[in-house]
Design a protein around this ligand. Sequence first.
Ligand SMILES: [Zn+2]
Length: 149
Amino acid sequence: MAFTSHMAAALAEARAAADRGEVPVGAVLVDPHGRVVAAAGNRTRELSDPTAHAEILAIRDACAAAGSERLPGHRLWVTLEPCPMCAAAISAARIATLYYAASDPRMGGVAHGARVFDHPQCHHRPQVYDGIDAAPARALLQSFFGTRR
Ligand SMILES: [Zn+2]
């Protein structure tokens, strides 16, 4: 199958999140056939829910649609390095591949901090590709926080 990047769609979700006053992070989940099965942006403020990160919302939607708590063969596109909570959910959902854009030295849990997938207790480690479209993802975050702080 030809490689198709879904980071542009994830960035569109991040932009929509910023427009709602949420931290601009977006995620897109793609099934083994290359179909987009879920797309989401952060909604922690809107839902008064600290777990309403883009990745969690996309995984919930896709699992509900699939009628399964696991998403084998699925690929997740995220505009920011997932935090430890989302990394744990990605592992639990058995997602095959994680693509993320900007790295997050402060809150990230993949290449920084908890490094969830590197723990021996982590039973499923997705393939990880970072740095895809990192510049626009970072610019979006910087302009969001620049206008708020
Ligand atoms: Zn998260």
